[in-house]
Design a protein around this ligand. Structure first.
Ligand SMILES: [Fe+2]
Length: 335
């Protein structure tokens, strides 16, 4: 079925469904000249109305049609979430890299993708009370970061990472969300939150230069492979060198693998010699890595991950910050 034809059926084809059966998506995430393998619905006065079916083609006119109808959210079936994620993974990097699309539009697309991941973290991985307080503030910070990234060079760097390793992109937004909660709990001023947050968002961008076989290796890495992986903070800084970045942002990219006991890389700096914002990002990075499914191991539960961080990896993190992070995750009212 053709999407344009469907647009005319709005209000006609009603599928019963409850809010929980769907998740919201910005129309910006439906890319021109693609045929998504999921259904798209509109919500009209609480009723979910089928807009396009699986494999319907989406073109610029269809997308603009949504905007002209004043629609800023469409809906996808929760059971088709995997297909939607696959669609983003396949198309987002390509769109960001497409010089024929205006930079502002591509930056908005990046914003839409980041916000979608952010929403998931706030809805399911942070305590409800905290989410309500923090979400709007964080959204404003993301907007600020995206304004900064609205230039050809940074969109190209992001496109490179997203096409190379989409999981690193979702991981970066997760780390960004947790770090924002902890920055706020530590009382950092808004200006620092924006600069450090941008660092969190870009901390692993240098992985675009590490072969996928290394990033996805389930077993222990050879010395040579490990050496190549450990270059990613330096690659990251060089990929961003043409951007007018604040030193705090650069510090996060360069030093996020330093450890509190001085056994990290690339410099082996220890303790409070590592800037506070970097220690926060590194803690959130560790937590998100442990709670994610990795090649060769399952995702740990939040409890298991925090336990592992306290026991096996105690030397890696600033334990005062760790305690604060546990309070944030537990919903203690400190933000
Ligand atoms: Fe990293």
């Amino acid at each position: 079925m053709n999407a344009k034809r469907n647009a005319g059926t709005v209000g006609g084809s009603v599928e019963p469904g409850k809010e929980k059966d769907f998740f919201p998506v910005s129309p910006l995430m439906l890319f021109p000249d693609t045929s998504p393998e999921f259904r798209v619905y509109l919500n009209q006065n609480g009723r979910f109305v089928l807009y396009t079916r699986e494999k319907d083609s989406f073109d610029e006119t269809t997308r603009r049609g949504l905007f002209e109808l004043g629609i800023d959210k469409v809906f996808v079936l929760a059971e088709q979430k995997d297909r939607y994620d696959g669609y983003l993974e396949e198309n987002l990097g390509r769109i960001l890299d497409d010089a024929s699309i205006p930079v502002t539009e591509r930056a908005q697309t990046f914003y839409g993708a980041a916000v979608q991941i952010l929403e998931e973290v706030f809805a399911s991985r942070l305590p409800e009370g905290l989410s309500r307080k923090l979400y709007d503030r964080v959204l404003a910070f993301v907007q600020e970061s995206v304004r900064f990234l609205s230039r050809e060079e940074s969109l190209k760097s992001l496109a490179k990472l997203i096409s190379h390793d989409y999981k690193t992109f979702t991981h970066s937004v997760n780390v960004y969300s947790f770090a924002m909660a902890l920055f706020t709990a530590c009382g950092l001023p808004a200006e620092d939150c924006v600069r450090l947050g941008l660092g969190a968002l870009l901390h692993d961008i240098g992985k675009a230069k590490v072969p996928r076989a290394i990033l996805e290796s389930p077993g222990p890495l050879s010395e040579d492979e490990e050496g190549r992986l450990k270059l990613h903070p330096i690659h990251g800084v060089s990929m961003c060198s043409m951007l007018p970045m604040h030193q705090e942002t650069v510090n996060v990219i360069l030093f996020h693998h330093e450890r509190f006991d001085g056994k990290g890389y690339p410099t082996g700096t220890a303790g409070e010699g590592i800037p506070l914002g970097v220690r926060i990002v590194s803690l959130c990075d560790g937590y998100d890595n442990l709670t994610a499914k990795k090649p060769g191991r399952r995702a740990l539960t939040p409890f298991e991950a925090l336990k592992r961080m306290r026991e096996d990896k105690a030397g890696a993190f600033d334990m005062e910050l760790y305690k604060r992070f546990v309070l944030v995750l537990s919903g203690a009212n400190i933000v």
